[in-house]
Design a protein around this ligand. Structure first.
Ligand code: ADP
Ligand code: MG
Ligand code: MG
Length: 252
């Protein structure tokens, strides 16, 4: 489903190379965790996959369902079923969460050449998804993320993900200081959306999230490359020993 080959990317503003020949393959149905010390390039990878303009790809390929998506703009990527949830959710004052979700869903439909949802049909879908995720409907009347607690931001993000029904989900949970309730919201959401047709990539600095989302594969990112790949035991090992060994090994 996703095949990243020799990806090099730099910060557009100053030319600093962050991703330095990254290789990664994710199959349909797989839940992959990406771990790694702070500053390894985990968030940069998610931004590059989303198509953010602050980063320039200088080399390499990103194949998603047989297509090199580096040629596509962010809206086209989203229309093809990519969903990226960011470490720092944006606040949108003046736009009710409900309205934001409706716009997001209809933008996706438009990009796919499908008819927009009627308001009753949208309401039906949003109520059903909110119910399944145990989201209080009152939250949906408030402006997106404005004054939301960490847990509410996660709920809004997972709800958006459930409604858009993406095929490849990438969640960057690094350093976000999630409390245990928020971790569980993310984990329940990810676990509910697990399916043989869908791949999930969970970026996390800490192993703790992986107690709730048991990944099929674990990849360790360091200095812009995937330096280690394993199964869930690799995450446990990193939890016990930290990243010191890895850093030392690569300094030598
Ligand atoms: P991680 O998510 O693994 O902690 P990041 O991708 O956030 O790592 O960052 C990797 C490195 O790139 C860090 O040294 C960070 O300071 C730097 N970096 C990333 N994006 C930018 C940017 N837009 N401007 C300046 N430095 C950046
Ligand atoms: Mg970081
Ligand atoms: Mg990060």
């Amino acid at each position: 489903m996703l095949e990243i080959k020799n990806l090099h990317a730099r910060i557009a503003e100053d030319g600093t190379e962050i991703l330095r020949g990254l290789n990664l393959s994710i199959a349909a149905g797989e839940v992959a965790a990406i771990m790694g010390p702070n500053g390894s390039g985990k968030s940069t990878l998610s931004y590059v996959l989303a198509g953010r303009e602050d980063y320039e790809v200088t080399e390499g390929e990103v194949w998603y369902k047989g297509e090199n998506i580096l040629e596509l703009d962010p809206a086209e990527r989203a229309a093809k079923g990519l969903f990226l949830a960011f470490q720092y959710p944006v606040e949108i004052p003046g736009v009710a969460t409900m309205q934001f979700l409706k716009t997001a869903l209809n933008e996706q439909k438009k990009a796919r050449g499908e008819a927009e949802l009627t308001t009753p049909e949208f309401m039906r879908q949003v109520k059903q998804a909110a119910g399944e995720l145990k989201i209080n409907p009152d939250m949906l009347k408030r402006p997106l993320n404005v004054g939301f607690s960490g847990g509410e931001k996660k709920r809004a993000e997972i709800l958006q993900m459930a409604l858009l029904a993406p095929q490849l989900c990438l969640l960057d949970e690094t350093d976000s200081g999630l409390d245990i309730d928020a971790l569980k919201i993310v984990a329940d959401g990810v676990n509910a959306l697990r399916s043989p047709e869908r791949a999930m990539v969970v970026i996390t600095h800490y192993q703790r999230l992986l107690d709730y989302i048991v990944p099929d594969t674990v990849h360790v990112l360091y200095r812009g490359q995937v330096v280690q790949t394993g199964d869930k035991d690799l995450a446990r090992e990193l939890e016990r020993n930290g990243y010191a060994d890895l850093i030392e090994q690569h300094a030598a």
